[in-house]
Every structure is written in structure tokens, then in C-alpha cells.
Design a protein around this ligand. Structure first.
Ligand code: HEC
Ligand code: HEC
Ligand code: HEC
Ligand code: HEC
Ligand code: HEC
Length: 171
């Protein structure tokens, strides 16, 4: 009897922990991400009006938007006054915790493996990046504005008469 009660308690505990973990949904966009270089979208995409797709060139063409290679940064920064920002872009080489010639950016937006999402059809349909990512051009650090959950996807698909069959978005 005593052991039975313990077993039940353990089961309830395991169930509770699993439910809690799943309901936290580890894949939701994060707002506490720290980047290795203090890159600012407000300065680049906002003040200096560099188009989103100059750096995120794959958005139109593929699943991922991708982040620009460091050559893209250096291309601009090497022609600027020394102390302006080359210093910041060079940081990964100076900082031994970083790999050489590479900036390891940390992800803000993620989806679980069981969801299928491609940027390309959305961009080709004329949706602005801001529709899902908010006013990134005003942000020093990318922080999520919308909680990108299933309801967020379904709302727009329904409004725009895009398929809402489970297999559209799930493997
Ligand atoms: C000068 C290059 C550059 C431009 C222009 C630029 N970005 Fe970025 N973007 C980056 C870099 C580098 C990162 C990775 C570091 C970070 O998250 O801040 C990034 C990250 C992001 C992320 C977060 C990705 C993730 O999940 O970690 C989003 C969303 C994004 N950019 C959207 C935009 C939008 C929208 C625009 C236009 C308004 C834009 N970017 C313009 C370079 C750029
Ligand atoms: C199309 C040109 C261009 C590209 C590409 C570019 N930058 Fe910049 N960056 C600028 C300009 C312009 C400034 C503003 C300089 C100023 O205010 O004097 C700047 C400023 C900065 C600063 C200083 C921001 C501050 O707080 O003052 C950092 C850090 C920086 N860039 C990092 C990067 C990184 C990392 C990349 C590559 C992902 C990158 N930049 C790509 C043009 C560019
Ligand atoms: C329909 C909503 C939607 C639109 C529109 C959209 N994104 Fe995204 N974006 C997402 C989602 C969802 C993710 C997470 C994808 C994942 O984890 O597979 C993401 C991820 C990203 C990332 C992280 C790296 C990657 O490629 O996964 C970047 C950078 C990004 N988006 C930039 C952009 C830019 C730039 C635009 C406009 C040209 C844009 N996004 C338009 C929903 C959107
Ligand atoms: C703001 C509106 C909007 C949001 C939000 C949105 N979508 Fe879409 N989605 C569209 C449009 C528009 C298309 C393009 C349909 C076409 O090409 O005819 C599309 C197409 C797709 C396609 C390709 C469908 C096909 O038949 O080729 C997939 C997969 C998809 N979306 C998944 C998602 C997922 C997953 C999310 C949430 C993370 C999402 N979408 C969020 C508007 C949206
Ligand atoms: C337009 C895209 C889209 C369609 C269509 C869609 N889903 Fe989802 N679904 C998502 C996204 C994105 C997530 C992950 C984000 C979240 O946790 O809500 C998700 C998460 C889920 C989850 C995990 C539950 C959770 O809340 O953690 C289940 C179960 C699920 N979907 C079932 C379905 C079923 C069943 C259908 C068909 C009736 C369906 N989905 C149709 C995009 C979609």
C-alpha cells in the first residue's frame, strides 16, 4: 500500500514535470539572447537603411534567411574610419573563446523539428519581415514581438486562404 502510494506520487511527479516542460515550449523565440558582437539592427537597418535582404540574402530563395558571413561585415567596415567599428568586427579574432573568421551568433527564433517552415513562399507572397519579426530596424538587440506559435501561423493562413491542413506545416 505504502509503495503503491509512492509509485503513484512518482508517476504524478513525472507527468507534472513533462507537462511543465512541454508547456514551456523550449522552441519559442527567446528575448534574453546575448550576442558575441554588439550588432545593432537600429544602426544598420534603421539609421543607415541597409535593406534586410542585403544581409539576409537567402530569405527569398530558401528555407532559412541565414545570417551574413563575416566578409559581408568586413566589406563595409574595412572602408570606414579605423576606430568606428572595425574594432568590433575584429573582436572574434581577438577573443579566444570565438572561432577565427567566424561570428557564432546565437539564435533568437527557432521552431521545433516537427514543424515545416520556409521563408521563401512568404517573402514571395509579399509579406514584410516585420509581419512576423516586428520592427527589427528599431532594435539594438533582436527581441521577439510576437509569440510565434501555431495560432499565429493559422490566423494568417486562414485570413489569406492558404492551406491549414496539418501536413502543410507538420512532417
Ligand atoms: C548589416 C547586416 C544586416 C541587416 C541590414 C539586417 N540584418 Fe538581421 N541580422 C544580422 C545579423 C549579423 C544577425 C545575427 C545577430 C543578431 O541576432 O543580432 C541578424 C539577426 C536577425 C534576426 C534574428 C535571427 C535569429 O533568430 O537569431 C532577425 C529576425 C533579423 N535579423 C531580421 C532582420 C530584418 C527584418 C532586417 C531589416 C529590417 C534585418 N534583419 C537587417 C544582420 C543584418
Ligand atoms: C552596408 C554596410 C555595412 C555592413 C554590411 C555592416 N555594417 Fe556595421 N556599420 C555600418 C555603419 C554605416 C555603421 C555606423 C557607423 C557610425 O555610426 O559611425 C556601423 C556600425 C557598426 C557597429 C558599431 C555600432 C555602435 O554601437 O556604434 C558594429 C559593432 C558593427 N557595425 C558591426 C557589424 C557587423 C558584425 C556586421 C556584419 C554582420 C556589420 N556591421 C555589417 C555599416 C555596415
Ligand atoms: C511568416 C512569418 C515570417 C516572415 C514574413 C519572415 N520570417 Fe524570419 N523567421 C520566421 C520563423 C518562424 C523563424 C524560425 C524558423 C526556424 O527556426 O526554422 C524565422 C527565422 C529567421 C531568422 C533566423 C535564421 C533563419 O534563417 O532561420 C532570420 C535571420 C530571419 N528569420 C530573418 C527574416 C527576414 C530578413 C525576413 C524578411 C525578408 C523574414 N525573416 C521574414 C518567420 C518569418
Ligand atoms: C502573415 C501571414 C502568414 C503567417 C504568419 C504565416 N504564413 Fe505561411 N504562408 C503565408 C502565405 C501568404 C503563403 C504563400 C502561399 C502561396 O504561395 O500561395 C504561405 C505559405 C506557407 C507554406 C507553403 C505552403 C505551400 O502550399 O506551398 C508553409 C509550409 C507555411 N506557409 C508554413 C507556415 C508556418 C509554419 C507558419 C508559422 C511559423 C506560417 N506559415 C506563418 C502566410 C503566412
Ligand atoms: C500553418 C502552420 C500549421 C498548421 C497548418 C498546423 N500546425 Fe500544428 N504547429 C505549428 C507550429 C508553428 C507549432 C509549434 C509552435 C507552437 O508550439 O504552437 C505547432 C505545434 C503543434 C503541436 C504541439 C502542441 C503544442 O502546443 O505544443 C501539435 C500537437 C500540433 N501542432 C498539431 C497540429 C494539427 C493536428 C494540425 C492540423 C489540424 C496542425 N497542427 C496544423 C504550425 C501549424
Amino acid at each position: 500500500m505504502k509503495y503503491g502510494a509512492v509509485a503513484v506520487a512518482v508517476l504524478i511527479l513525472i507527468g507534472g514535470v513533462t507537462t511543465a516542460l512541454l508547456s514551456q515550449r523550449p522552441w519559442l523565440p527567446r528575448s534574453d539572447v546575448v550576442q558575441p558582437v554588439p550588432f545593432s539592427h537600429r544602426i544598420h537597418a534603421g539609421i543607415n537603411r541597409i535593406p534586410c535582404q542585403y544581409c539576409h540574402e537567402y530569405a527569398r530563395r530558401s528555407e532559412n534567411s541565414g545570417v551574413p558571413p563575416i566578409q559581408r561585415c568586413v566589406g563595409c567596415h574595412s572602408s570606414m574610419a579605423e576606430q568606428v567599428a572595425l574594432q568590433a568586427v575584429r573582436k572574434p579574432w581577438i577573443d579566444r573563446r570565438q572561432a577565427a573568421f567566424e561570428i557564432r551568433w546565437n539564435r533568437v527564433y527557432t521552431l521545433p523539428d516537427f514543424v515545416r517552415f520556409y521563408h521563401s513562399p512568404h517573402i514571395k507572397a509579399g509579406l514584410a519581415c516585420q509581419r512576423c519579426h516586428g520592427p527589427v530596424e528599431t532594435m539594438d538587440r533582436v527581441t521577439p514581438v510576437f509569440e510565434i506559435n501555431m495560432g499565429f501561423c493559422l490566423n494568417c493562413h486562414t485570413q489569406r486562404h492558404v492551406s491549414i491542413e496539418c501536413s502543410t506545416c507538420h512532417y
